[in-house]
Every structure is written in structure tokens, then in C-alpha cells.
Design a protein around this ligand. Structure first.
Ligand SMILES: [Zn+2]
Ligand SMILES: [Zn+2]
Length: 124
């Protein structure tokens, strides 16, 4: 059953997110990359009800805006430890890799690359 709430998503830089200098294959040079994530919020009569971080964060090249999957090394290079354990999944729609939290059960995630909403089931 559908509920008539609007939902939209937007990319937003992560507050206090990672920022590091990294090799960008597309720019063919070292660039500054910062952490971004897709945020989705519900609207009811165009009033923003809530903002819930959805999907996962990723690194975005500030020069060419290409998105890259965050790796453990990125966290180490930025002097951070990873906030929580994550798995890497491949998006069934665009084929790109993304990180998802280790799943206890079926989980809905948003692909940071193509914005597809995917239902991930725990590996058994
Ligand atoms: Zn780049
Ligand atoms: Zn995708």
C-alpha cells in the first residue's frame, strides 16, 4: 500500500566527514576527496518532516565529482577508525560497489552511484 508522502533525495557532504588527498584515476592526479552521502527526506505538503541519512557515504573527488567507494585504507589515511563494520556489495543495477552495514536481516539500502533502492538480504 502506498502512502502519499513525497520522498526525495539529495547528495550532501558529511558533517565532520573524511577529507583526504587521494589519487583520482579520472583526473590522473592527486586530488582532495571529501566524504558525501545521499540523504533522503520525506515531505508532507512540502514541509520537510525528517532527514534520515540513507545509503552509505562515499568519497567524492572535488575536481571531477567522481564518486569512489570508501575503503578501510581511506579511514586509516584520514586517521579515523571505521564507525561500524561494513560489507561491500555490488549494486545489481549499475554494477558498482558500495558499502553496507553488516546485516542482521534484510535491509534497504540506496546505491550512492545510481540512487537505486536495493533490498539486501543477509548471506546465509
Ligand atoms: Zn577526479
Ligand atoms: Zn547502483
Amino acid at each position: 500500500m502506498f502512502i502519499v508522502f513525497g520522498a526525495s533525495s539529495a547528495e550532501a557532504p558529511v558533517k565532520d566527514g573524511l577529507s583526504l588527498v587521494k589519487w583520482c584515476p579520472k583526473c590522473d592526479c592527486n586530488t582532495v576527496m571529501t566524504e558525501w552521502r545521499v540523504e533522503e527526506y520525506s515531505t508532507l505538503f512540502f514541509i520537510r518532516l525528517s532527514t534520515t541519512p540513507r545509503g552509505d557515504s562515499y568519497l567524492k573527488c572535488q575536481r571531477c565529482s567522481t564518486s569512489y567507494v570508501l575503503t578501510d585504507r581511506d579511514f586509516r589515511d584520514a586517521g579515523r577508525s571505521q564507525p561500524h563494520q561494513q560489507d561491500i556489495l555490488r549494486c545489481i543495477k549499475c554494477g558498482k560497489k558500495m558499502r553496507v552495514p553488516i546485516m542482521e536481516e534484510t535491509l534497504e539500502v540506496t546505491c550512492p552511484h545510481c540512487k537505486a533502492v536495493l533490498l539486501c538480504e543477509k548471506d546465509t
